[in-house]
Design a binder for this molecule. Structure first.
Ligand code: FPP
Length: 254
C-alpha cells in the first residue's frame, strides 16, 4: 500500500525544498557519463512534482544549479544548461496540465541567454497556474542571496532601526514564499551546501541515502510521513506545544 495513505494532508508541509544530489554517482554505478545521471534526474523531478501535489504541498523548491556548479567541467555545465532549457520547454504542457506555476531564484542574469529567456517565458506562461509552485534555484547560493539583499538595503538607504527579520526576508529572492518546513537531501550527504540558509532556520532536515535518479514518489511520501512524526517546537518546550503536564524530560532549549 502506498505511503500516501499515511499522510495527513491537512498537516502537510506547505513548502518542501530538495537538494537533488547523487546524479554523478548514479551514472557511474551504471557505467555511464555523469550527464546521463542528470538526464535521469529530470524523471525524478517529474515524480517529485506529482508526489508534492498529491501530498498537499504548495511550494517545491529544487536546487538545480548552484553558483559553485560553474566550477564543474565545461562539458558538464553545458550539458546541464542544455538539459534545463530542454526540460523547461518540454515540461511546459505537463506543468500546465497540473496547474504548476514556475518561479526561479538565484543570480538569473548570469545564466546563458537562452536559458534565461526560456525560463522567463515559462514563468510568464505559468503565472496563472495555482495548484503548486515550483521554484527552481538556478545559479543560486544563499550567501549570494544574503549579500545581494544587504546591498539592496544599503542602496535603498534603509536605516538600521528599520531593519527587521520581516524586512530582510522581503529583500531575499524567496520574498512572498513561506519558509520551507522540510528540507530533503538525497545521496547520503549531510550538508546544506549554501542552500536557503536564512529560510531553513526552523526546517526539519531529512537526509536519505537514495541517489536522486532513484528517488521516486514513494521516497517523497516517506519524507513527508517522517516529517509528520516529528515534534516541531520552535524553541518552546514540549508541554507548551502539547499543553501536557510537565514530564521528567522537559527540554530546555533556547
Ligand atoms: C547533483 O548531483 C545534481 C545537480 C548538480 C543537478 C541537478 C539537476 C537535475 C536533476 C536536472 C535538471 C533539473 C530540472 C529542474 C529540470 P551531482 O552531479 O552532484 O552528483 P554526485 O554528487 O554523485 O557527483
Amino acid at each position: 500500500m502506498s505511503l500516501l495513505n499515511q499522510i495527513d494532508k491537512s498537516r502537510a508541509p506547505r513548502h518542501v525544498a530538495i537538494i537533488m544530489d547523487g546524479n554523478g554517482r548514479w551514472a557511474k554505478s551504471q557505467g555511464r557519463e555523469r550527464t546521463f545521471g542528470h538526464y535521469q534526474g529530470v524523471e525524478s523531478v517529474r515524480l517529485a512534482l506529482r508526489a508534492a501535489k498529491s501530498s498537499g504541498v504548495e511550494f517545491l523548491t529544487l536546487y538545480a544549479f548552484s553558483t559553485e556548479n560553474w566550477n564543474r567541467p565545461k562539458e558538464e555545465v553545458d550539458a546541464l544548461m542544455n538539459l534545463l532549457v530542454q526540460s523547461i520547454i518540454g515540461e511546459l504542457p505537463e506543468l500546465d496540465e497540473n496547474e504548476v506555476r514556475m518561479h526561479a531564484i538565484g543570480d538569473l542574469d548570469k545564466l546563458p541567454s537562452e536559458c534565461h529567456s526560456e525560463l522567463k517565458r515559462a514563468i510568464a506562461h505559468t503565472s496563472t497556474n495555482n495548484k503548486l509552485n515550483l521554484i527552481l534555484a538556478l545559479n543560486y547560493s544563499a550567501r549570494w542571496e544574503i549579500t545581494h539583499a544587504v546591498k539592496q538595503i544599503v542602496a535603498e538607504g534603509i536605516q538600521p532601526q528599520d531593519i527587521t527579520d520581516e524586512l530582510f526576508a522581503k529583500k531575499l529572492s524567496t520574498a512572498g514564499f513561506p519558509d520551507p518546513e522540510l528540507l530533503i537531501r538525497t545521496s547520503g550527504e549531510e550538508r546544506i551546501s549554501n542552500f536557503l540558509l536564512w529560510q531553513i532556520a526552523y526546517a526539519e532536515l531529512y537526509f536519505v541515502e537514495t541517489l536522486w535518479p532513484d528517488f521516486k514518489e514513494e521516497d517523497f511520501y516517506a519524507a513527508i510521513v517522517d516529517f509528520q512524526s516529528r515534534e516541531r517546537r520552535f524553541g518552546k518546550t514540549s508541554e507548551q506545544i502539547t499543553g501536557d503536564a510537565l514530564s521528567p524530560f522537559t527540554p530546555n532549549e533556547p
